[in-house]
Design a protein around this ligand. Structure first.
Ligand SMILES: Cc1ncc(COP(=O)(O)O)c(C=O)c1O
Length: 389
């Protein structure tokens, strides 16, 4: 059976060029970049080159990038780091963070943890498409707000937030602005200066790089405290011996993302639009998220009268990998916090399916997957007590 991977928001296959770039760094150039001998110097040179490649993708400077163990760690370093830097705000309302209700758990759980430590957090609601309302943001700012953290694009529904406007407001109010760009990187052109971004998280495995490595952009002059203490690597903000093969892989993945962004965008967006057009021909099927302001590879549907998990399992039996709309991380099968924030009922949320396309998907796969979805939706509806037609 042919296998079709359409779950690129969860992870991506490592690009062959990335693997080739990484391989020599396991056994040939295995030095520790902090060592003073030739092995260390070789590793150091490659570390610096990777830093430049990451910086180039963001229009940042090399010394504004630190390497981390992935998107989750970058988010934690940025948010907790800013919080510890500002813990002494002791005015009546306490130090204050503004975020959105639809962030990835890497941000939401970090904010929830900080609430237990005395920090105040405002979780901004979103509209029916998942877009943060600018007036709510403006109204939430107080003299104690020390960080705004709002994702660039959502990992479930693919909605792209009005980052330029948010960055402008943050700058006007002199508040550092962090954005989780894990899903957006390589798909949305990012110029951190133009967008007034102070802190930005990325992860390698979403852009055809290896897992377990990421980076955090920290604008020159922005101060955060370390959350991991040790040998003082990465300006003291992320101690631990560098994962050189991973960092080389991330650098190469960023270089390729920059080189291929235009071509990838055209190709993948075309596939996504075909998929959306086909699938929306199914009776009582809907697109979740914004029709235009969405990631080029994201198609997120809901189907009346069926259950996303059953659809997913039947797709899997046919070799097709996708994701459900309801993030069932809890055993209670809770509806996704993102879909709930859009105002969807638990029943509608559970009837959702996320398909995220990638470079290696082909047009005939899109046609095949659309047909299989139609077939399975029909089968499930014929057995569903929720489908009364
Ligand atoms: C928006 C977003 N932020 C953070 C992460 C976490 O990244 P990582 O898996 O590298 O820790 C993910 C992963 O799915 C994500 O989609």
């Amino acid at each position: 059976m042919k296998k079709i991977f359409m779950d690129h928001a969860s992870t991506t296959k490592v690009d062959k060029e990335v693997i080739d770039a990484m391989l020599p760094f396991f056994s040939e150039y295995f030095g520790n970049p902090l060592s003073l001998h030739s092995f260390g110097r070789e590793a150091r040179k490659s570390l610096d080159q990777s830093r430049k490649k990451v910086a180039d993708l963001l229009d940042a400077k090399e010394d504004e990038i630190i390497f981390t163990a992935g998107g989750t760690e970058s988010d934690n370093i940025a948010i907790k780091g800013a919080a510890y830097q500002n813990k002494n705000i002791r005015e009546s309302r306490g130090p204050h963070i503004i975020t959105s209700a639809i962030e990835h758990p890497a941000v939401l759980e970090t904010c929830k943890h900080l609430e237990t430590q005395g920090f105040k957090v405002k979780y901004l609601p979103v509209d029916e498409y998942g877009i943060v309302k600018i007036n709510d943001l403006k109204d939430s700012i107080s003299e104690n707000t020390f960080l705004i953290t709002i994702m660039l694009a959502n990992n479930e529904i693919g909605t792209i937030e009005p980052i330029e406007e948010i960055g402008k407001i943050a700058k006007e109010n002199n508040i550092p602005f962090h954005t989780d760009a894990v899903q957006a990187i390589g798909k949305v052109p990012i110029d951190v200066n133009k967008l007034n971004i102070d802190l930005l998280s990325i992860s390698s495995h979403k852009i055809y790089g290896p897992k377990g490595v990421g980076a955090l952009y920290i604008k020159k002059g922005v101060k955060i405290q370390p959350i991991v203490h040790g040998g003082g690597h990465e300006k003291g903000l992320r101690s631990s011996t560098h994962n050189i093969p991973g960092i080389i892989g991330l650098g190469k993945a960023c270089e390729l993302a920059k080189k291929r962004m235009e071509k990838d965008t055209k190709y993948i967006k075309n596939l996504r639009d075909k998929l959306i057009k086909n699938v929306l021909q199914i009776e009582e099927s809907y697109l979740n998220g914004h029709p235009e302001k969405r990631l080029i590879n994201n198609a997120h549907f809901r189907f009346t009268g069926i259950e996303g998990e059953s659809l997913l399992m039947r797709l899997d039996e046919k070799g097709i990998a996708a994701a459900t709309g309801s993030a069932c991380s809890s055993k209670k099968l809770q509806a996704s916090h993102v879909l709930t924030a859009l105002g969807l009922s638990p029943i509608d949320s559970h009837g959702s399916l996320r398909i995220t396309l990638g470079r290696e998907n082909m047009e005939d796969e899109v046609s095949y997957v659309s047909e299989v979805i139609q077939e399975i939706v029909d089968q499930l509806r014929s057995m569903s007590p929720l489908w009364t037609k």
